[in-house]
Design a protein around this ligand. Structure first.
Ligand code: MN
Length: 243
């Protein structure tokens, strides 16, 4: 039986070429053997619009090769690459997924999210998210020149880096998911299993939901190594990849 693969938080960026290579190699060697591949957000460290990316982008080419080989590839936007659009989907032969999305996996309903929606303790971030997910805000941003957008994105990133180090210093809890939000969201979608990334805390959490066993699987990031969830026949295997 072929595996279904889940990856997120590659944060691909020219400053870490070895991770780009690891990701491309993984897609071509393992992705091509999969039944389906799900990329659950923050594939890219930054994405300021589909039009700002050269047509011969190596990552887009690798995803295209995978989808052309007959493996369905699904993409959910993350908080870094929330502007991934239809042109990206067309160029890569992928299907964009709404966040959240419920899929059926080996006969079970499974909820997929990027994960940032679960971090409801971070009220300031949720306000920012609501702003940048507003279609009008996005249209206004995308109407600016690529140079202007690059400047704005750079500024937003340095503000967020400062803020994250402040948060990490005092209140680590606020950067993680809120368990009540997890429970409410899973209940709302009628699932006992949730897969997400974003927090960079790879783990499989088991708990009880309405007196039934439930689990939340957190994908890891791709900073120093790779992380992938392989699902075969209802078995969930969270792996770390080294170079
Ligand atoms: Mn994220």
């Amino acid at each position: 039986m072929k595996p279904t693969l889940f990856l997120s938080d590659m944060h691909l960026d020219p400053s870490r070429p070895q991770i780009i290579q690891l990701f491309i190699r993984y897609l071509l060697e393992h992705g091509s053997q999969a039944r389906e591949v799900y990329l659950l957000g923050d594939i890219f460290e930054a994405w300021i619009g589909d039009d700002a990316v050269p047509a011969d982008h190596p990552v887009l080419g690798a995803i295209r090769r995978l989808s052309d080989s007959g493996v369905p590839v699904f993409v959910m936007r993350g908080n870094r690459d929330f502007l991934l659009g239809e042109a990206f989907a067309e160029a890569t032969g992928t299907t964009l997924l709404h966040d959240p999305t419920v899929i059926e996996l080996d006969g079970e309903k499974v909820l997929l999210m990027h994960g940032d929606l679960l971090c409801t303790d971070d009220v300031e971030y949720q306000q920012f998210r609501a702003m940048v997910n507003d279609p009008q805000w996005q249209a206004g941003f995308l109407a600016k020149s690529i140079e202007e957008r690059m400047t704005m994105a750079k500024q937003a990133r340095s503000e967020s880096t400062n803020r994250n180090s402040e948060l990490a210093a005092g209140r680590e809890q606020i950067m993680d998911v809120n368990q009540q939000t997890v429970v409410d969201t899973m209940r709302e979608h009628g699932v006992r299993r949730l897969i997400h990334g974003h927090t960079h805390r790879p783990d499989i959490h088991h708990f009880e939901l309405d007196s039934e066993p439930a689990s939340r699987i957190v994908l890891g990031d791709w900073f120093d190594q790779g992380s992938v969830l392989e699902v075969i026949d209802g078995r969930y295997d969270l792996q770390t990849l080294t170079e």
